[in-house]
Design a binder for this molecule. Sequence first.
Ligand SMILES: NC(=O)c1ccc[n+]([C@@H]2O[C@H](COP(=O)([O-])OP(=O)(O)OC[C@H]3O[C@@H](n4cnc5c(N)ncnc54)[C@H](O)[C@@H]3O)[C@@H](O)[C@H]2O)c1
Length: 447
Amino acid sequence: MKFDRIQRRQFLKSTAVVGMGLTILPSGIVTGANTPSDKLNLALIGVWGRGLAHIGAISSENVVALCDVDEEHLAEASQKFPGAKTYVDWRKCLEQKDLDAVICCTTDHTHAFVANWAMNRGLHVYCEKPLANTVEEARVVRATYLKNKNKLATQVGTQRHAIENFNRVRELILDGAIGELKHAYAWGNRQLRRPGYLPAEGTPPKTLHYDLWIGPAPFHPYNPGYFSGGPGANCLQWNMYWDFGTGQVGDMGSHTMDLVWNAIDAGLPTSAEGKGEPFNPEVSPVEYQATFEHPANNWRPAIGVSWYQGGAMPRSPKGYVDLNKIGHGAMFKGSQGFLISDFDSRLLLPIGPKADMTYYSRRPKENMLPAIGHFQKEWINACKGNLKTSCNFDYGSTLIEQMLLGLVAYRVGEKIQYDGANGRVTNNAEADTLLRREYRQGWTLNG
Ligand SMILES: NC(=O)c1ccc[n+]([C@@H]2O[C@H](COP(=O)([O-])OP(=O)(O)OC[C@H]3O[C@@H](n4cnc5c(N)ncnc54)[C@H](O)[C@@H]3O)[C@@H](O)[C@H]2O)c1
């Protein structure tokens, strides 16, 4: 009996709802190799490094496919999941017929590709941050997701979102603890300076499919330096180079802007300005800042949002608060004061004679936002149930689209006006072309 993807999906949903492992399908009883279970059939693409951080959460599911451009990493992962088929090319992996869902932990410049291709094949996707490397990639991922959102569960790998402080910050802003919101800031102080792409050195080991690692990016010669980092930190060997990543904008920017994004209910900005160290065509900036204008929504006025990195910092509202001591943080300016936050704590700073807090009443415990729990499990449960996750590809693509638009403004060196509905820069033709990039022949973003 053929138990196709759609039937499987319906089955997983029904078992998640009733919470037991039914084996009776509308079409009869299924037995043998095709026996459905309430486990997901998962592919892990990019199995080492960040991939390792997913092993715990997926070990209770059926890991049926493993994909990595490095055969040594693949062999290691196969020991944990001996039943899984192995691939070096994610495009081939996604053709495996029994898949329900994919986790993508590859290089940044392939994320939007894997995400689109997987969703186009009816697969749920968990994609590591950043979700995209260009504005266009963010928009295409969002469009593909929105077309499929009644069928698919998606999650961007910004797992800090599950820290309960994110909810507490949101409640304080929404409930008016700093009065009316005026501006939100986020920053990160990681500084990794590189002069340019690494020079050609040696040849790739036989077990590394270097051409697939380059994938859709323009070709750059092999250098072992791109692969010399420890597990989960190797991204810091390549993510600052424009063809592979966007430096701290996509890296910690994805996590730290999430603290702001979660609290401001924003869509796309109407303008962006960026400045920083001189533009290097090979390496994304270390010291850099960007500011965006966001229209009003149904609970707050129009606001500004700013991102600072690499030594650039927002001004502290009071000399006795040293924002530099917060490596990755956020600050909200309101009519009655400030809220300053890192990932797991927050500081309320009412300022001025009117800041007596009478305008604020703490929400009762029963109205507090519920904890998310385990972030990866939230997605796994969503795949089997109501498809709801905290950082789906609508939320996550909008966040990263804003961040990437800032880099476009930085590159042209002037304030750009953005038509978010159509994805166009309306006052600068060069900036408009920088929203997208060309890919190496043979690679399609939305295949
Ligand atoms: N959520 C977080 O906190 C967090 C932490 C670290 C890294 N990350 C993200 O995870 C991703 C991977 O980072 P990393 O440090 O593990 O990098 P890495 O260079 O170690 O790559 C991870 C694995 O993916 C494989 N890989 C690379 N390109 C591939 C491709 N095209 N197809 C298949 N496999 C491929 C590598 O061989 C490696 O085994 C990055 O995008 C990074 O931003 C997220």
